[in-house]
Design a binder for this molecule. Structure first.
Ligand code: C2E
Ligand code: MG
Ligand code: MG
Ligand code: MG
Length: 278
């Protein structure tokens, strides 16, 4: 009977639950502070041509430099931010910061920014993007926005309209984490993506799984048929890279090709030259 009662109230008497809620509340309050006091930073991860190693662009990835906990990764605070309107503030800050930085690069690489679904539902994201491009002077052709399918699952009709507005400005769109979650071929058919990013979970097992290799080849074929470029995410080994090259995958991103780094480090490495001071 005791067991049945526990089953009905699975978490209620669990002492660590209070603690978890407390830590979460504290982190959420800290995050609000973080946005206001400039604790968020941006890392950039290089994207390269598989066959030559030539740089195609960079993906911007947000970090939280917490005053006592050190660097907190986005998977540990973006979901928290998405529970309130904080994600809108963070999303807009990231976009503005990245566009303002990228416009100062002498090399006109594209820069990809991840968007949260909340930014589609609860803000006028097309207008925000247009304003930030105007404010910073970044040519729209240099900006790419990365979305996952969960972003627009809620209201596909509205999402489609907004994505077309964004595309009409000259900004490109990438479908992130393809092959996981809600992935459907219908999305590729209906939405105007310029690029498909195959999720990194495929490449960890690619060498040993013929089925996975077949899926990767099929997505590459789809991309070719649709005129959509395909990028592989999470490439960590030379073997993975040569398999991709053999399969005709043009672009990739991953620790093998470059880890996320601060702009200062990228400038120091000579990959990017700044037009003016950092
Ligand atoms: P994502 O957009 O799929 O970004 C790629 C993630 O994979 C990054 O993690 C990157 O560091 C990691 N990664 C890249 N190459 C490799 C590899 O070879 N091996 C492994 N194991 N991992 C690799 P990160 O920076 O922790 O970001 C995680 C996720 O957080 C991102 O996934 C993205 O969905 C989200 N995110 C990051 N920045 C933002 C942002 O500014 N706004 C929003 N809404 N989400 C963001
Ligand atoms: Mg991404
Ligand atoms: Mg991804
Ligand atoms: Mg992701």
């Amino acid at each position: 009977r005791a067991k049945a009662e526990r089953g009905r109230h699975p978490c209620f008497y669990e002492p660590s639950m209070d603690e978890k809620v407390r830590i979460r509340r504290k982190l959420s309050a800290d995050l609000r502070q973080a946005v206001e006091t400039g604790q968020l930073t941006i890392c950039y991860q290089v994207q390269r041509v598989v066959a030559t190693g030539e740089i195609r662009g960079y993906e911007a990835l947000v970090r939280w430099e917490h005053p006592t906990q050190g660097t907190i990764m986005p998977d540990d605070f973006i979901p928290l931010a998405e529970e309130s309107d904080l994600i809108l503030q963070i999303g807009e800050w990231v976009l503005r910061c990245v566009c303002a930085e990228a416009v100062q690069w002498l090399q006109p690489y594209t820069v990809a920014v991840n968007l949260s679904g909340m930014q589609f539902v609860h803000s006028d994201i097309a207008r925000i993007v247009a304003n930030i491009l105007k404010e910073t002077g970044l040519p729209p052709q240099r900006l790419e926005l990365e979305l996952t399918e969960s972003t627009f699952i809620a209201d596909q009709a509205r999402a489609l309209q907004v994505l077309h507005q964004i595309k009409d400005m000259g900004v490109s769109l990438a479908l992130d984490d393809f092959g996981t979650g809600y992935s459907s071929l219908d999305t590729l058919r209906r939405f105007p993506f310029d690029r498909i990013k195959i999720d990194r979970s495929f490449f960890g097992v690619m060498q040993t799984s013929e089925h996975t290799q077949a899926i990767v080849r099929a997505v590459l074929a789809l991309g070719r048929a649709f005129g959509t470029s395909v990028m592989a995410e999470g490439i960590e080994t030379a073997e993975q890279l040569s398999m991709l090259n053999a399969a005709g995958c043009y672009e990739a991103q991953g620790f093998l090709l470059g880890r996320p780094a601060t702009l200062a480090d990228i400038v120091k490495n000579g990959q990017i030259t700044m037009n003016g001071a950092l």
